[in-house]
Design a binder for this molecule. Sequence first.
Ligand code: AMP
Ligand code: MG
Length: 464
Amino acid sequence: MAISFAHTYAQLPEHFFYRQAPTPVPNPQLIQVNLPLAQELGIDSDWIKSPEGLAMLSGNQLPASCDPLALAYAGHQFGGFVPRLGDGRALLLGELKGRDIQLKGSGRTPFSRGGDGKSALGPVLREYLVSEAMFALGVPTTRALAAVTTGERILRQEGEVSGGILTRVAASHIRVGTFQYFAAQDDQEAVQILADYSIKRHYPKAESYLELLESVISAQALLIAHWMSLGFIHGVMNTDNFSISGETIDYGPCAFMDEFHPECVFSSIDRGSRYAWSKQAQIAHWNLTRFAETLLPLLAPTPDEAIPIAEEALKQFGPQFRSHYQTRFRAKLGLPHDAPPAFIEETLGVLANQQLDFTLFFRELTKLAGDRETSFFNSLEEWVKKWRQLSQPDLAEMQAHNPILIPRNHRIEEAIQAAERGDYTPFHRFSKAWQNPYSESPDSADLEKPPLPEEKVQQTFCGT
Ligand code: AMP
Ligand code: MG
């Protein structure tokens, strides 16, 4: 079967990317291919599972219609600007059905700096599991088409580990950092070309650059509220990991919280807690402000005219975010639409004080609302009394907002550790179970449980 990639990004000016072939790997083995996603993309199931399919997914032999590119971008990393980052270990193969198909971990590129351009198996499995779970939870996200092992041992902080490659599917890989790359070089022509391309690809209804800015602001307000309502912490919300399309992108040291704490951080590299759960809206606003700065010359002829226009647009972020956040938490709590937001914060305060498991709390509350047995609230009598006064539970709404299964960190670690020993059983089991996060299944009852104290994962690592 011929697979036919489109190349709209490759048609942009030459300085937007480098053409780069992947580095062959010694012994590629398929771990998993996402057949429903392959089908959506128009890829033949038998072909993707064949030796030719594996040759593509491992970068060993690309189909003729691929035009592999390492994209250029910059970014603020933990607040400090790096003018040149780019795809140091990833290659865009081309587009299928308007979506980017990218190999992550396929070898060095002109953007690799000191890195080896490879991915460790652990982070490949983590991104596969978490991005697909996010999709099943209903959150805008990049997808995972396949995970392979390369047969190579690579060196990471923790020693030698197995190498892997993830095939990622994204609405696009345009980041705030992509705009910053050109803006920092004062290449206004490139910024405009990128803005036009982004409008065409992601926001075709936008009739001006201001509307592009507003669209990205709205998409991110929706996304961050959605993350927070599920207890998700991205972990590295640098501007290079902040997508223009509004998808969650670059799953590094991310995590779903077990015990709720608003200041929760997992990432081993986030020493200042810059990207804690509760700070994500503020950081998104900061990132969007960096995006707006790159667009200033497109908004008006002079900065004096452009800045108030951008500021006005950025002011919309807070109210939009709060509205989505409150809507989601009201639904989770079974509260009517006009319930006072103070009760949401009061509830989160109780969760934090009592060190309660975030997902389990809402899962058990759904049971309580449905008059099912639960002992979870025995020590929360005061809170329950108040909740009963305020709530008007819509069970279907509560069920749709309160997942039963989330990809818990200790399970991801379990899957990674087993895979390092050559056992993919946990990976396959979790990956399947997390496709149905809102339905009860006796087979997955153990996956609902929070970690035991000794199972708790304190930190997550980038490590790819
Ligand atoms: P990320 O951790 O995905 O946000 O990556 C930040 C930057 O580091 C990007 O420019 C990556 O391409 C680059 N990078 C991360 N890991 C590697 C690696 N193993 N080899 C080369 N570049 C890398
Ligand atoms: Mg990144």
